[in-house]
Design a protein around this ligand. Structure first.
Ligand SMILES: [Zn+2]
Ligand SMILES: [Zn+2]
Length: 68
């Protein structure tokens, strides 16, 4: 089953993320409900400490998140 993800967002028209590591503003990054955000580049650099296959662990709250 495919999920329709191309609907326009109703809130936060220009939603942007700020990577917690490099402080860059990005249109997309890995994020956690607690507010932690990390870009893919920094995530790859820290993958050894964060990720275990298809999941990663938020360093802020310890929540287990999916990479996709
Ligand atoms: Zn970054
Ligand atoms: Zn978190």
């Amino acid at each position: 089953m495919k999920k329709a993800a191309d609907k326009p967002a109703r809130f936060g028209r220009c939603r942007q993320f700020v990577c917690a590591c490099c402080r860059r503003t990005l249109p997309f990054c890995l994020n956690c409900p607690c507010g932690f955000q990390i870009c893919e580049e920094c995530f790859k650099e820290n993958q050894w400490g964060l990720s275990n296959g298809p999941t990663w662990v938020c360093p802020d709250c310890g929540r287990i998140r999916m990479t996709v």
